[in-house]
Design a binder for this molecule. Structure first.
Ligand SMILES: *[C@@H]1O[C@H](CO)[C@@H](O)[C@H](O)[C@H]1NC(C)=O
Ligand SMILES: *[C@@H]1O[C@H](CO)[C@@H](O)[C@H](O)[C@H]1NC(C)=O
Ligand SMILES: *[C@H]1O[C@H](CO)[C@@H](O)[C@H](O)[C@H]1NC(C)=O
Length: 375
């Protein structure tokens, strides 16, 4: 998650200090729709640390300044049809699998995208993902690393092809960052975003255990994405969605899971445990559908919340013309305060809450995976 105390619109007016070294401002970032600025490589991360302002931006150096408008998607189903299967699968979500993976993932000194440990952590994640796919013995499911030209860390993509090419995506990012010292600082990144990474993987494991959830039976294609280099301009997810748009891919829905484990601030404020359904720069029809999935398949409620322009990888889908949503761990103001520090650790994670996100993911993927759009 990108922490911002100032909203993106205000960021457009922030004045950067002159660079300390003579370095070209070779990067182009977009801080609000159509509002671009030139920055140096160092400023990419200084902006994030600095009042959180620049933490909401796309690095569009290698991408067009043109933002593709999101076309209205074919309608989402108005009723649920797979309750029995989904409610049975929910009971198989297992916190111990998530915990074990998180413990290893957060043991890399940092998963910052430009570091060797960041690249190694992505390779290790791929090995776990590939193992889940192989162990399932479901034919036709592919797991691949998605390399990026601009940095060593790779993204990971699993594809479960359906009868149609219409695609439903669940995504999260695999990198982490220490905001104070990005190359040398300790960044366990348990909540941001180890928690999203492994609740998605656990959902994949559970879904592949269902004999119906397979290439010959699914109506639509399902993809699981783990993005590299979210920090510093949503670089991994932009690369992927830019290529998907260029290839004319038919994306029906994309749901981002980034930080899914923190409830303390909500509960301390005397509020009920809730998801934060992000309503700015997201797809209204998909948000409406997700609110119904939450009511049907999870045991908690949601509150509408906002997080600013380009606050996580769903923004990359939106910017490339695809309907995308973001369901966060809480209302944005009650987010985990430990992220981007050495203190983003396991003890701040609420396992039951992570599993509520797991229920949401199962309901969303299973229902949309088997549904034809309403006429
Ligand atoms: C742009 O793409 C080139 C070639 O793929 C790469 O070397 C460079 O690092 C990229 N720049 C950014 C800012 O991503
Ligand atoms: C899906 O896309 C592939 C690649 O473009 C194409 O070959 C195939 O015919 C498409 N399948 C369907 C069912 O449209
Ligand atoms: C988690 O995601 C947020 C927003 O997408 C991002 O800013 C943050 O750096 C990520 N943190 C880690 C540790 O991966």
């Amino acid at each position: 998650m990108k922490v911002a105390t100032i909203l993106a619109a205000a960021c457009a007016t922030v004045v950067l200090a002159e660079p300390k070294q003579i370095k070209p401002r070779a990067l182009t970032i977009e801080v609000a729709p159509g509002v671009t600025r030139k920055i140096t490589e160092d400023e990419r991360y200084e902006l994030s640390a600095n009042g959180g302002c620049g933490s909401h931006f796309f690095d569009i150096t290698n991408f067009s300044t043109e933002v593709r408008a999101v076309k209205e998607p074919p309608p989402y189903p108005n009723k649920f049809s797979y309750q029995e299967n989904i409610k049975r699968l929910i009971t198989n979500l297992n916190w111990d699998n998530i915990k074990k993976n998180l413990e290893h993932f957060s043991s890399y000194h940092t998963r910052f995208s430009e570091t060797e440990t960041g690249a190694q952590a992505a390779e290790w994640l791929f090995a776990q993902v590939a193992d889940v796919v192989k162990t399932s013995m479901v034919n036709g499911v592919t797991a691949e690393m998605f390399p990026h030209d601009a940095f060593p860390q790779k993204s990971v993509i699993v594809k479960v092809p359906g009868r149609s090419n219409r695609t439903v995506i669940i995504g999260g990012h695999l990198d982490s960052i220490n905001g104070g010292d990005r190359t040398g600082g300790r960044a366990p990144g348990v909540d941001d975003n180890g928690s999203g990474t492994f609740v998605i993987l656990e959902a994949l494991r559970v879904l592949l255990s269902d004999s119906d959830f397979s290439p010959t039976k699914l109506q639509n294609t399902i993809e699981f994405h783990w993005y590299a280099a979210e920090e510093g301009g949503l670089r991994g997810s932009q690369d992927i969605f830019h290529q998907y748009a260029a290839a004319g891919r038919d994306i029906w829905a994309m749901l981002q899971q980034d930080m899914v484990g923190y409830t303390k601030a909500t509960l301390d404020a005397g509020k009920p445990e809730s998801f934060g359904l992000i309503t700015d720069f997201t797809a209204a029809l998909l948000n409406e559908y997700l609110s119904r999935v939450i009511n049907e398949y999870t045991e908690i409620t949601y509150v509408e919340s906002r997080c600013g322009y380009a606050c996580s990888d769903h923004g990359s889908a939106t910017r490339n013309g695809f309907p995308a949503s973001f369901v966060f761990e809480a209302a944005f103001e009650y987010r985990n305060p430990h992220i981007h520090t050495a203190d983003d650790t396991m003890e701040h994670i609420d396992p039951k809450h992570v599993l509520q996100h797991g229920r949401l993911i199962l309901g969303y993927l299973y229902e949309l995976g088997f549904s034809e759009p309403e006429p």
